[in-house]
Ligand binder design. Structure first.
Ligand code: PLP
Length: 451
């Protein structure tokens, strides 16, 4: 059972691995019929990483333009994070934080609490963003139960929201294509408007957005446990940006209607929007904050649900009272992931990551101004290193123009992954000036080639 046989007739390492992959693996969010038929192109088999590049089995180098699904921060094989994980490996790879604790996770919690706003005092660890969102939902729900306001059991989320793929996270999601089929399994959630362009080409203004949310809060007044948002930019929706002041406006409305605010910073956290967290732009403090993706520098799965002392203390009592939070995962707070998290947060200081990215945010913006003039481009939205280039869905008579562009940039040595009609740029925070030029040239050439 344990022997590994290479399929016969395979000529190269690449052939071997792509053949075995097609035989054995069911890929996430992937139409496997097309995948196994090499549509639209044969699978790229990555073997190694180096800085901001991915290197395939043929030795070809590709700029990692989407940070290996939005999580890489300081580049691949960074010597400091590598050393931290190796040092932890010499101590222990895994032990639990259920009924025990360990040094690595205590260090990670301390480092994390230093970079989040002060009123967030408690970190609950999970392994991925969706699980940490589940924890946020359950925490908000149970908080009101314990607070003698059991009728506050409903949630308000935004249209086009994405909070992960587990069923609780899907219940507060708003992307029809991802979520519609599972509707009968979900708990009902009220939706407030987002900045998706309307049929008449306009985008809701700040007062309209906040008014829409207030309507939802009024409709279920006294029954809302929490409002959940992706602050500043909705990622998976196709990079939908909120106007300045939106997050602060949501906070005020939550205060006015006495409900909790959950900020899902899984995509926006750890420098992505050019501040440590997106909430830092408006100086907003949520009651519950969710982080994941970039938390370990993009090395290992780790996420956290952070809460205020006020929320945390509602769960205190004797075990027999049954007030504690009923949630946990086998690998919660894994030591190797915790060590990577500490090293990544230290790099933000030692490499002055946020400071050094500011001029590059401008450099990206300059390229985007030029790209915006291409006829196939409908709109561009940028917040720091979180960028969506929206294409005309009919550009070049293509079925999926953004997919075509992202396929073709590979020939220039750039890996991108689209969201619908949107070409996404989510480079590692460590991207250099030259690499930004490469990213922009490749994208511009391939968008121009559509028409
Ligand atoms: C990616 C993402 C999630 C889910 O994180 P996973 O680690 O993929 O489960 C949740 N919320 C937001 C905003 C995300 O972008």
């Amino acid at each position: 059972m344990c022997s590994f046989t290479v399929p016969s007739g395979a000529a190269t390492t690449t052939d071997t691995y792509s053949k075995l992959d097609k035989q054995d693996i069911w890929h996430p969010f992937t139409q496997m019929q097309e995948w196994v038929n090499d549509e639209p192109s044969p699978p790229l088999v990555i073997e190694r990483g180096e800085g901001n590049y991915l290197i395939d089995t043929e030795g070809r180098r590709y700029l990692d333009g989407v940070s290996s699904l939005w999580c890489n921060v300081h580049g691949h094989c960074h010597p400091v994070i590598d050393a931290a994980v190796r040092a932890q490996l010499d101590k222990i790879a895994h032990t639990t934080i259920l009924g025990l604790t360990h040094t690595a996770i205590v260090d990670a919690a301390a480092a994390l609490l230093q970079v989040v706003p002060e009123p967030l005092t408690r970190a609950f660890f999970s392994e991925n963003g969706a699980s940490a969102v589940e924890v946020a939902i359950k925490t908000a729900f149970e908080y009101w139960q314990l607070h003698g306001q059991a009728q506050r059991s409903r949630f308000i989320s935004l249209q086009e929201a994405y909070h992960g793929d587990t069923l609780g996270a899907v219940s507060v999601g708003g992307i029809r294509a991802f979520h519609e089929i599972f509707e009968p399994l979900l708990f009902p959630t009220a939706h407030a408007p987002t900045t998706l362009r309307r049929a008449d080409g306009t985008v809701p203004s700040l007062p309209e957005l906040l008014d829409g949310l207030e309507q939802a809060l009024k409709q279920q007044e006294g029954h809302t446990a929490a409002v959940i948002i992706e602050p500043v930019m909705q990622g998976a929706a196709g990079m939908l940006a909120f106007p300045d002041g939106y997050v602060a406006g949501v906070r005020e409305l939550c205060n006015k209607y006495g409900t909790l605010l959950i900020c899902d910073e899984v995509a926006t956290g750890f420098g992505r929007t050019a501040t440590m967290f997106a909430i830092d732009h408006d100086g907003v403090i949520p009651d519950i904050m969710v982080v994941g993706k970039g938390m370990t520098g993009g090395y290992l799965p780790l996420s956290a649900t952070l809460t205020t002392e006020e929320i945390y203390s509602a769960f205190l009592g004797r075990t027999t009272e049954g007030k504690h939070l009923y949630h946990g995962h086998t690998y919660s707070g894994n030591p190797l992931a915790a060590a990577a998290c500490v090293a990544s947060l230290e790099l933000f200081q030692s490499e002055r990551t946020l400071e050094r990215m500011q001029p590059r945010v401008e450099k990206l913006a300059t390229h985007l101004t030029r790209i915006n003039k291409l006829s196939a481009v409908v709109d561009i939205r940028q917040r720091g290193y979180m960028i969506g280039i929206e294409l005309d869905p009919d550009a070049g008579g293509q079925e999926l123009p953004a997919t075509t562009v992202c396929e073709n940039t590979r020939q220039h040595g750039v890996i991108l992954r689209p969201l619908g009609a949107v070409v996404v740029w989510m480079p590692p925070l460590s991207i250099t000036d030259d690499e930004i030029d490469l990213l922009a040239r490749a994208t511009e050439t391939e968008i121009a080639a559509l028409s």
